[in-house]
Design a protein around this ligand. Sequence first.
Ligand code: RNT
Ligand code: ZN
Length: 423
Amino acid sequence: MPTAKQIAASYRLAREAYAELGINTEAVIAKALSIPVSLHCWQADDVRGLETPKDGITGGGIMATGGYPGRARNGDEMRADLDVALKLLPGQQRLNLHAFYAETGTKVVDRDEIAPEHFTTWLGWAKSRKIGLDFNPTYFAHPKAASGFTLSHADKSVRKFWIDHGKASRRIAQHFAKKLGTPCVINHWIPDGAKDAPADRWSPRARLVESYDAIFADDTINRKLCVDAVEGKLFGLGSEEYVVGSQEFYSSYAQKQGLVLCLDLGHYHPTESVADKVSALMQFHPRILLHTSRPIRWDSDHVVILDDPVRNLFLEIARGDAWDRVFVALDFFDASINRIAAYVIGARATRQAILAGLLDPTKQIKAAEAAGRGHERLALMELTKSLPWGAVWDELCARASVPAGADWLAEVARHEKDVLSKR
Ligand code: RNT
Ligand code: ZN
Protein backbone atom coordinates (compact mmCIF):
# COMPACT_ATOMS: atom_id res chain seq x y z
CA MET A 1 0.00 0.00 0.00
CA PRO A 2 1.58 3.32 -1.03
CA THR A 3 2.70 5.82 1.61
CA ALA A 4 2.03 9.54 1.16
CA LYS A 5 5.69 9.99 0.27
CA GLN A 6 5.62 7.26 -2.36
CA ILE A 7 2.45 8.67 -3.89
CA ALA A 8 4.03 12.12 -4.14
CA ALA A 9 7.25 10.74 -5.65
CA SER A 10 5.44 8.59 -8.24
CA TYR A 11 3.21 11.49 -9.13
CA ARG A 12 6.16 13.79 -9.79
CA LEU A 13 7.48 11.35 -12.37
CA ALA A 14 4.04 10.81 -13.87
CA ARG A 15 3.46 14.55 -14.14
CA GLU A 16 6.68 14.87 -16.14
CA ALA A 17 5.81 11.95 -18.40
CA TYR A 18 2.45 13.48 -19.24
CA ALA A 19 3.90 16.98 -19.57
CA GLU A 20 6.11 15.67 -22.35
CA LEU A 21 2.94 14.82 -24.21
CA GLY A 22 1.51 18.28 -23.53
CA ILE A 23 -0.84 17.15 -20.78
CA ASN A 24 -1.18 19.20 -17.63
CA THR A 25 -1.96 16.64 -14.92
CA GLU A 26 -2.80 19.35 -12.38
CA ALA A 27 -5.65 20.61 -14.54
CA VAL A 28 -6.70 17.04 -15.33
CA ILE A 29 -6.94 16.06 -11.64
CA ALA A 30 -9.05 19.13 -10.88
CA LYS A 31 -11.36 18.39 -13.81
CA ALA A 32 -11.64 14.66 -12.99
CA LEU A 33 -12.63 15.47 -9.41
CA SER A 34 -15.25 18.02 -10.47
CA ILE A 35 -17.39 15.78 -12.68
CA PRO A 36 -20.44 14.62 -10.69
CA VAL A 37 -21.04 10.86 -10.58
CA SER A 38 -24.50 9.84 -9.41
CA LEU A 39 -24.41 6.90 -7.02
CA HIS A 40 -27.41 4.58 -7.43
CA CYS A 41 -29.05 3.87 -4.07
CA TRP A 42 -30.26 0.43 -5.19
CA GLN A 43 -26.98 -1.47 -4.80
CA ALA A 44 -27.37 -1.13 -1.02
CA ASP A 45 -30.50 -3.30 -0.74
CA ASP A 46 -30.48 -5.45 -3.91
CA VAL A 47 -33.16 -3.28 -5.61
CA ARG A 48 -35.86 -4.21 -3.10
CA GLY A 49 -37.20 -0.80 -2.14
CA LEU A 50 -38.66 0.32 1.17
CA GLU A 51 -42.37 -0.07 0.56
CA THR A 52 -44.74 -1.68 3.05
CA PRO A 53 -46.22 -4.20 2.62
CA LYS A 54 -43.40 -5.84 0.71
CA ASP A 55 -44.48 -7.40 -2.51
CA GLY A 56 -40.98 -8.31 -3.60
CA ILE A 57 -39.95 -7.81 -7.18
CA THR A 58 -42.74 -8.83 -9.47
CA GLY A 59 -42.02 -8.12 -13.06
CA GLY A 60 -39.41 -5.64 -14.07
CA GLY A 61 -36.76 -7.72 -15.71
CA ILE A 62 -34.09 -6.86 -13.19
CA MET A 63 -32.91 -9.08 -10.41
CA ALA A 64 -29.99 -9.01 -7.99
CA THR A 65 -28.60 -12.49 -7.37
CA GLY A 66 -26.53 -13.62 -4.41
CA GLY A 67 -26.90 -13.77 -0.66
CA TYR A 68 -23.90 -11.99 0.82
CA PRO A 69 -24.73 -10.99 4.39
CA GLY A 70 -25.39 -7.39 5.38
CA ARG A 71 -28.06 -6.12 2.99
CA ALA A 72 -29.47 -2.77 4.10
CA ARG A 73 -33.04 -3.38 5.31
CA ASN A 74 -34.31 0.16 5.77
CA GLY A 75 -33.53 3.76 4.89
CA ASP A 76 -31.28 4.33 7.89
CA GLU A 77 -29.16 1.30 7.06
CA MET A 78 -28.95 2.38 3.44
CA ARG A 79 -27.78 5.85 4.43
CA ALA A 80 -25.25 4.43 6.89
CA ASP A 81 -23.81 2.23 4.13
CA LEU A 82 -23.81 5.06 1.62
CA ASP A 83 -21.92 7.20 4.11
CA VAL A 84 -19.17 4.59 4.24
CA ALA A 85 -19.01 4.39 0.45
CA LEU A 86 -18.95 8.18 0.09
CA LYS A 87 -16.00 8.44 2.45
CA LEU A 88 -14.00 6.20 0.13
CA LEU A 89 -14.83 7.95 -3.14
CA PRO A 90 -12.83 10.83 -4.54
CA GLY A 91 -14.57 13.68 -6.35
CA GLN A 92 -18.08 15.00 -6.55
CA GLN A 93 -20.91 12.52 -6.01
CA ARG A 94 -24.67 12.70 -6.22
CA LEU A 95 -27.25 10.19 -5.01
CA ASN A 96 -29.69 8.61 -7.43
CA LEU A 97 -32.94 7.56 -5.71
CA HIS A 98 -35.71 5.34 -6.99
CA ALA A 99 -39.30 6.18 -6.15
CA PHE A 100 -39.86 2.97 -4.18
CA TYR A 101 -37.38 4.18 -1.60
CA ALA A 102 -40.09 6.50 -0.32
CA GLU A 103 -40.35 6.42 3.47
CA THR A 104 -44.01 6.55 4.43
CA GLY A 105 -43.79 5.18 7.97
CA THR A 106 -46.68 2.88 8.79
CA LYS A 107 -48.89 4.43 6.12
CA VAL A 108 -49.25 2.58 2.82
CA VAL A 109 -48.89 5.10 0.02
CA ASP A 110 -49.25 3.74 -3.49
CA ARG A 111 -46.95 4.88 -6.26
CA ASP A 112 -49.46 7.24 -7.85
CA GLU A 113 -49.66 9.18 -4.60
CA ILE A 114 -46.09 9.58 -3.49
CA ALA A 115 -45.07 13.14 -2.75
CA PRO A 116 -42.02 15.13 -1.65
CA GLU A 117 -42.94 14.64 2.03
CA HIS A 118 -42.11 10.93 1.69
CA PHE A 119 -38.52 11.78 0.91
CA THR A 120 -37.85 14.24 3.71
CA THR A 121 -35.23 12.05 5.38
CA TRP A 122 -33.38 11.42 2.12
CA LEU A 123 -33.46 15.13 1.35
CA GLY A 124 -32.13 16.07 4.78
CA TRP A 125 -29.38 13.50 4.42
CA ALA A 126 -28.38 14.79 0.97
CA LYS A 127 -28.37 18.36 2.22
CA SER A 128 -26.14 17.59 5.18
CA ARG A 129 -23.72 15.68 2.92
CA LYS A 130 -23.81 18.54 0.39
CA ILE A 131 -24.72 16.26 -2.48
CA GLY A 132 -27.36 16.62 -5.19
CA LEU A 133 -30.19 14.15 -5.70
CA ASP A 134 -31.34 12.46 -8.88
CA PHE A 135 -34.53 10.44 -9.20
CA ASN A 136 -36.27 7.57 -11.00
CA PRO A 137 -39.93 6.66 -11.13
CA THR A 138 -40.24 2.96 -10.23
CA TYR A 139 -42.33 1.39 -12.96
CA PHE A 140 -41.60 -2.16 -11.72
CA ALA A 141 -41.85 -4.40 -8.62
CA HIS A 142 -45.55 -3.71 -8.21
CA PRO A 143 -48.73 -5.74 -8.78
CA LYS A 144 -49.70 -3.32 -11.57
CA ALA A 145 -46.46 -4.20 -13.36
CA ALA A 146 -46.82 -7.95 -12.94
CA SER A 147 -48.16 -8.46 -16.49
CA GLY A 148 -44.92 -7.06 -17.86
CA PHE A 149 -46.60 -3.90 -19.12
CA THR A 150 -46.96 -0.49 -17.44
CA LEU A 151 -47.16 2.72 -19.47
CA SER A 152 -47.91 0.70 -22.60
CA HIS A 153 -50.47 -1.60 -20.94
CA ALA A 154 -53.62 -2.32 -22.95
CA ASP A 155 -55.81 -1.39 -19.99
CA LYS A 156 -56.40 2.33 -19.71
CA SER A 157 -56.73 2.31 -15.92
CA VAL A 158 -53.35 0.60 -15.51
CA ARG A 159 -51.80 3.15 -17.85
CA LYS A 160 -53.40 5.95 -15.88
CA PHE A 161 -51.90 4.62 -12.64
CA TRP A 162 -48.41 4.64 -14.11
CA ILE A 163 -48.90 8.02 -15.80
CA ASP A 164 -49.86 9.41 -12.40
CA HIS A 165 -46.75 7.80 -10.94
CA GLY A 166 -44.60 9.45 -13.60
CA LYS A 167 -46.19 12.82 -12.88
CA ALA A 168 -45.81 12.40 -9.10
CA SER A 169 -42.17 11.50 -9.61
CA ARG A 170 -41.51 14.64 -11.63
CA ARG A 171 -42.98 16.78 -8.86
CA ILE A 172 -40.62 15.09 -6.40
CA ALA A 173 -37.66 15.66 -8.72
CA GLN A 174 -38.54 19.33 -9.04
CA HIS A 175 -38.83 19.60 -5.28
CA PHE A 176 -35.36 18.08 -4.79
CA ALA A 177 -33.89 20.50 -7.32
CA LYS A 178 -35.43 23.51 -5.60
CA LYS A 179 -34.38 22.42 -2.13
CA LEU A 180 -30.83 21.46 -3.05
CA GLY A 181 -30.16 24.18 -5.62
CA THR A 182 -29.05 21.73 -8.30
CA PRO A 183 -31.11 20.28 -11.16
CA CYS A 184 -32.45 16.77 -10.58
CA VAL A 185 -32.02 14.27 -13.41
CA ILE A 186 -35.06 11.98 -13.46
CA ASN A 187 -34.67 8.85 -15.53
CA HIS A 188 -37.70 7.04 -16.92
CA TRP A 189 -37.17 3.35 -17.56
CA ILE A 190 -40.03 0.89 -17.95
CA PRO A 191 -39.84 -2.91 -18.11
CA ASP A 192 -42.56 -3.23 -20.77
CA GLY A 193 -42.04 -6.07 -23.18
CA ALA A 194 -42.72 -9.70 -23.97
CA LYS A 195 -40.94 -12.99 -23.50
CA ASP A 196 -42.01 -14.26 -26.89
CA ALA A 197 -42.88 -12.73 -30.23
CA PRO A 198 -46.02 -10.62 -29.94
CA ALA A 199 -48.46 -10.45 -32.82
CA ASP A 200 -48.87 -6.77 -32.18
CA ARG A 201 -45.64 -4.85 -31.78
CA TRP A 202 -47.35 -1.63 -32.82
CA SER A 203 -50.07 -0.86 -30.29
CA PRO A 204 -47.91 -0.93 -27.14
CA ARG A 205 -45.47 1.51 -28.77
CA ALA A 206 -48.29 3.80 -29.86
CA ARG A 207 -49.72 3.69 -26.34
CA LEU A 208 -46.30 4.38 -24.85
CA VAL A 209 -46.02 7.59 -26.87
CA GLU A 210 -49.42 8.67 -25.60
CA SER A 211 -48.59 7.87 -21.99
CA TYR A 212 -45.33 9.76 -22.07
CA ASP A 213 -47.00 12.67 -23.82
CA ALA A 214 -49.43 12.82 -20.89
CA ILE A 215 -46.60 12.69 -18.33
CA PHE A 216 -44.53 15.39 -20.00
CA ALA A 217 -47.49 17.68 -20.66
CA ASP A 218 -47.45 18.87 -17.04
CA ASP A 219 -46.69 22.57 -17.33
CA THR A 220 -46.15 23.06 -13.60
CA ILE A 221 -42.79 21.38 -14.05
CA ASN A 222 -39.77 23.50 -14.85
CA ARG A 223 -37.60 21.47 -17.22
CA LYS A 224 -34.50 23.28 -16.06
CA LEU A 225 -35.01 21.89 -12.56
CA CYS A 226 -36.53 18.54 -13.43
CA VAL A 227 -34.30 17.16 -16.19
CA ASP A 228 -36.11 14.21 -17.75
CA ALA A 229 -34.20 11.33 -19.32
CA VAL A 230 -35.51 8.18 -21.02
CA GLU A 231 -33.71 4.85 -21.14
CA GLY A 232 -34.14 2.11 -23.71
CA LYS A 233 -33.11 -1.50 -23.54
CA LEU A 234 -32.52 -4.44 -25.83
CA PHE A 235 -34.03 -7.18 -23.69
CA GLY A 236 -34.69 -8.09 -20.08
CA LEU A 237 -35.63 -11.10 -17.98
CA GLY A 238 -39.11 -11.90 -19.21
CA SER A 239 -38.87 -9.49 -22.11
CA GLU A 240 -36.36 -11.41 -24.17
CA GLU A 241 -38.07 -11.02 -27.52
CA TYR A 242 -39.75 -7.64 -27.46
CA VAL A 243 -39.04 -4.45 -25.55
CA VAL A 244 -41.53 -1.66 -26.14
CA GLY A 245 -39.08 1.10 -25.24
CA SER A 246 -36.26 0.13 -27.54
CA GLN A 247 -33.28 2.30 -28.43
CA GLU A 248 -34.92 3.55 -31.63
CA PHE A 249 -38.10 4.39 -29.77
CA TYR A 250 -36.37 6.47 -27.15
CA SER A 251 -33.84 8.10 -29.40
CA SER A 252 -36.71 9.43 -31.48
CA TYR A 253 -38.96 10.21 -28.54
CA ALA A 254 -36.25 12.14 -26.69
CA GLN A 255 -35.79 14.24 -29.82
CA LYS A 256 -39.47 14.93 -30.12
CA GLN A 257 -39.84 16.06 -26.51
CA GLY A 258 -36.42 17.60 -25.94
CA LEU A 259 -35.52 14.99 -23.31
CA VAL A 260 -32.14 13.60 -22.34
CA LEU A 261 -31.37 10.21 -23.86
CA CYS A 262 -29.94 7.63 -21.45
CA LEU A 263 -27.42 5.06 -22.66
CA ASP A 264 -26.82 2.14 -20.33
CA LEU A 265 -23.64 0.19 -21.09
CA GLY A 266 -25.50 -3.05 -20.40
CA HIS A 267 -28.32 -2.52 -22.86
CA TYR A 268 -26.91 -3.41 -26.25
CA HIS A 269 -25.81 -6.37 -28.29
CA PRO A 270 -22.43 -7.50 -26.95
CA THR A 271 -20.62 -6.49 -30.12
CA GLU A 272 -22.12 -2.99 -30.25
CA SER A 273 -19.86 -0.17 -29.09
CA VAL A 274 -21.63 2.41 -26.94
CA ALA A 275 -18.54 4.60 -27.29
CA ASP A 276 -19.14 4.74 -31.02
CA LYS A 277 -22.77 5.78 -30.57
CA VAL A 278 -21.92 8.93 -28.63
CA SER A 279 -20.63 11.05 -31.50
CA ALA A 280 -23.52 9.94 -33.71
CA LEU A 281 -26.30 10.57 -31.19
CA MET A 282 -24.81 13.81 -29.93
CA GLN A 283 -25.05 15.40 -33.34
CA PHE A 284 -28.77 15.51 -32.59
CA HIS A 285 -29.16 15.06 -28.83
CA PRO A 286 -27.88 18.06 -26.88
CA ARG A 287 -27.38 15.99 -23.71
CA ILE A 288 -27.11 12.36 -22.75
CA LEU A 289 -27.20 10.41 -19.50
CA LEU A 290 -24.71 7.58 -19.14
CA HIS A 291 -25.41 4.56 -16.97
CA THR A 292 -22.13 2.76 -16.38
CA SER A 293 -22.69 -0.95 -15.95
CA ARG A 294 -21.25 -4.26 -17.16
CA PRO A 295 -23.16 -6.79 -19.21
CA ILE A 296 -22.33 -10.49 -18.81
CA ARG A 297 -24.34 -13.03 -20.82
CA TRP A 298 -27.97 -12.21 -20.04
CA ASP A 299 -27.28 -9.87 -17.14
CA SER A 300 -26.85 -6.18 -17.81
CA ASP A 301 -25.86 -5.07 -14.33
CA HIS A 302 -22.60 -6.53 -13.06
CA VAL A 303 -20.36 -4.28 -10.97
CA VAL A 304 -18.52 -1.75 -13.14
CA ILE A 305 -14.83 -2.39 -13.61
CA LEU A 306 -12.26 -0.49 -15.62
CA ASP A 307 -12.86 -2.50 -18.78
CA ASP A 308 -12.55 -1.39 -22.38
CA PRO A 309 -16.21 -0.41 -22.90
CA VAL A 310 -16.11 1.94 -19.90
CA ARG A 311 -12.70 3.36 -20.83
CA ASN A 312 -13.66 3.84 -24.46
CA LEU A 313 -16.89 5.57 -23.52
CA PHE A 314 -15.19 8.27 -21.45
CA LEU A 315 -12.35 8.51 -23.92
CA GLU A 316 -14.95 9.51 -26.50
CA ILE A 317 -16.44 12.12 -24.18
CA ALA A 318 -12.92 13.49 -23.62
CA ARG A 319 -12.03 13.46 -27.31
CA GLY A 320 -15.24 15.32 -28.13
CA ASP A 321 -14.81 17.59 -25.10
CA ALA A 322 -18.45 16.88 -24.31
CA TRP A 323 -18.23 16.87 -20.49
CA ASP A 324 -20.80 19.60 -20.03
CA ARG A 325 -23.29 17.69 -22.18
CA VAL A 326 -23.25 14.40 -20.26
CA PHE A 327 -24.63 13.23 -16.94
CA VAL A 328 -22.78 10.31 -15.37
CA ALA A 329 -24.59 7.75 -13.22
CA LEU A 330 -23.91 4.22 -12.00
CA ASP A 331 -26.32 1.34 -12.55
CA PHE A 332 -25.41 -2.11 -11.28
CA PHE A 333 -26.32 -4.46 -8.47
CA ASP A 334 -24.61 -7.53 -7.10
CA ALA A 335 -25.84 -9.29 -3.98
CA SER A 336 -23.03 -11.86 -3.97
CA ILE A 337 -20.26 -9.62 -2.63
CA ASN A 338 -19.93 -6.93 0.03
CA ARG A 339 -22.30 -4.29 -1.27
CA ILE A 340 -20.27 -1.31 -0.11
CA ALA A 341 -17.20 -2.70 -1.84
CA ALA A 342 -19.35 -3.04 -4.96
CA TYR A 343 -20.14 0.68 -4.75
CA VAL A 344 -16.52 1.60 -4.24
CA ILE A 345 -15.20 -0.60 -7.04
CA GLY A 346 -17.82 0.58 -9.54
CA ALA A 347 -17.68 4.26 -8.65
CA ARG A 348 -13.90 4.36 -8.56
CA ALA A 349 -13.64 2.51 -11.88
CA THR A 350 -16.02 5.04 -13.43
CA ARG A 351 -13.96 7.98 -12.22
CA GLN A 352 -10.75 6.21 -13.25
CA ALA A 353 -12.18 5.97 -16.77
CA ILE A 354 -12.98 9.69 -16.64
CA LEU A 355 -9.42 10.39 -15.54
CA ALA A 356 -7.93 8.13 -18.20
CA GLY A 357 -10.03 9.90 -20.84
CA LEU A 358 -8.77 13.29 -19.68
CA LEU A 359 -5.17 12.05 -19.76
CA ASP A 360 -5.39 11.04 -23.41
CA PRO A 361 -2.86 12.81 -25.67
CA THR A 362 -5.68 13.49 -28.11
CA LYS A 363 -3.95 16.41 -29.80
CA GLN A 364 -0.92 14.39 -30.88
CA ILE A 365 -2.99 11.41 -31.91
CA LYS A 366 -5.32 13.54 -34.00
CA ALA A 367 -2.34 15.32 -35.56
CA ALA A 368 -0.83 11.98 -36.58
CA GLU A 369 -4.17 10.99 -38.06
CA ALA A 370 -4.60 14.27 -39.94
CA ALA A 371 -1.11 13.90 -41.41
CA GLY A 372 -1.93 10.43 -42.68
CA ARG A 373 0.53 8.73 -40.33
CA GLY A 374 -1.68 5.84 -39.27
CA HIS A 375 1.24 3.95 -37.79
CA GLU A 376 2.01 6.86 -35.47
CA ARG A 377 -1.62 7.14 -34.45
CA LEU A 378 -1.65 3.45 -33.56
CA ALA A 379 1.66 3.63 -31.70
CA LEU A 380 0.49 6.59 -29.60
CA MET A 381 -2.79 4.87 -28.81
CA GLU A 382 -0.81 1.87 -27.62
CA LEU A 383 1.50 4.10 -25.60
CA THR A 384 -1.41 5.46 -23.55
CA LYS A 385 -1.95 2.00 -22.10
CA SER A 386 1.41 1.97 -20.33
CA LEU A 387 1.58 5.62 -19.28
CA PRO A 388 1.59 6.03 -15.48
CA TRP A 389 -2.06 7.01 -15.07
CA GLY A 390 -2.22 4.96 -11.84
CA ALA A 391 0.21 7.36 -10.19
CA VAL A 392 -2.04 10.27 -11.19
CA TRP A 393 -5.02 8.38 -9.76
CA ASP A 394 -3.29 7.84 -6.42
CA GLU A 395 -2.46 11.56 -6.29
CA LEU A 396 -6.09 12.39 -7.12
CA CYS A 397 -7.17 10.20 -4.18
CA ALA A 398 -4.65 11.86 -1.86
CA ARG A 399 -5.94 15.30 -2.82
CA ALA A 400 -9.50 14.21 -2.13
CA SER A 401 -8.39 12.75 1.23
CA VAL A 402 -9.56 9.24 0.38
CA PRO A 403 -7.42 6.08 0.55
CA ALA A 404 -5.30 5.35 -2.52
CA GLY A 405 -4.70 1.91 -4.03
CA ALA A 406 -6.78 -0.78 -2.31
CA ASP A 407 -6.37 0.78 1.15
CA TRP A 408 -10.11 1.44 1.25
CA LEU A 409 -10.66 -2.31 1.80
CA ALA A 410 -9.72 -1.89 5.47
CA GLU A 411 -12.61 0.51 6.05
CA VAL A 412 -15.01 -1.85 4.28
CA ALA A 413 -13.79 -4.74 6.46
CA ARG A 414 -14.27 -2.65 9.59
CA HIS A 415 -17.83 -1.72 8.63
CA GLU A 416 -18.57 -5.34 7.76
CA LYS A 417 -17.34 -6.53 11.15
CA ASP A 418 -18.91 -3.77 13.25
CA VAL A 419 -22.17 -3.18 11.39
CA LEU A 420 -23.05 -5.49 8.49
CA SER A 421 -22.36 -8.77 10.30
CA LYS A 422 -24.85 -7.80 13.00
CA ARG A 423 -27.76 -7.32 10.61
C1 RNT B 1 -32.87 -1.48 -16.15
C2 RNT B 1 -32.37 -0.08 -16.28
C3 RNT B 1 -32.67 0.80 -15.11
C4 RNT B 1 -32.59 0.11 -13.79
C5 RNT B 1 -32.73 1.01 -12.61
C6 RNT B 1 -33.01 0.27 -11.35
O1 RNT B 1 -32.42 -2.28 -17.14
O2 RNT B 1 -31.01 -0.08 -16.55
O3 RNT B 1 -31.89 1.94 -15.16
O4 RNT B 1 -31.42 -0.65 -13.64
O5 RNT B 1 -33.64 1.99 -12.86
ZN1 ZN C 1 -29.79 1.70 -16.47
